[in-house]
Write a protein that binds this ligand. Structure first.
Ligand code: SF4
Length: 155
């Protein structure tokens, strides 16, 4: 038995592929911070069978504790500011934040009002900006995949 385990360990070491600094898969926690649901609709399509983000290693998870990326839609409302911060601080390091849609980017599609806390970048450090109202599913897929292949688009 011990010999078998030793052989397996040796085989695994011999077959080891060179390690890459880039992740091969990323878990996404989505938070709707005050959107009209248009961005969610496109996100659902992006993760559906046609674009199938999971095939490329991008999966949406239910808990921020399992997430690498916090994906935020909508202009952040004052009521969603604290839950958004709570979700961010529950994520393990290293964590990234992506703002999805013009509202999340602060392009004032919905406008400004006393009950809006502002764009995502006013609350959290944003690594990836995905513009559009709403962005098309292929835009969303391409932008999120850039987090894996390292070709981050400009904000
Ligand atoms: S960017 Fe457009 S689709 Fe997305 S939440 Fe704002 S108004 Fe809705």
């Amino acid at each position: 038995m011990l010999t078998l385990l030793r052989d397996l360990r040796r085989l695994r070491r011999d077959l080891a592929l060179p390690r890459s600094d880039r992740p091969r898969s990323l878990a996404i926690r989505h938070v709707d911070a005050g959107s009209c649901n248009g961005c969610e609709h496109e996100l659902t399509l992006a993760s559906g069978p046609h674009y199938d983000l999971q095939r490329y290693g991008l999966g949406i998870v239910a808990s921020p504790r399992h997430a690498d990326i916090l994906l935020v839609t909508g202009t952040v409302t004052t009521r969603m500011r604290e839950p958004l911060l709570t979700a961010y601080h529950a994520m393990p390091e290293p964590r990234k934040v992506a703002a999805l849609g013009n509202c999340a980017l602060g392009r004032n599609v919905i406008g400004t009002a006393a009950n809006l806390a502002g764009p995502v970048s006013a609350i959290l450090p944003v690594d990836l900006f995905i513009p559009g109202c709403p962005p098309a599913p292929d835009q969303i897929a391409r932008a999120l995949l850039s987090l894996i292949d390292g070709s981050l688009p400009a904000g």
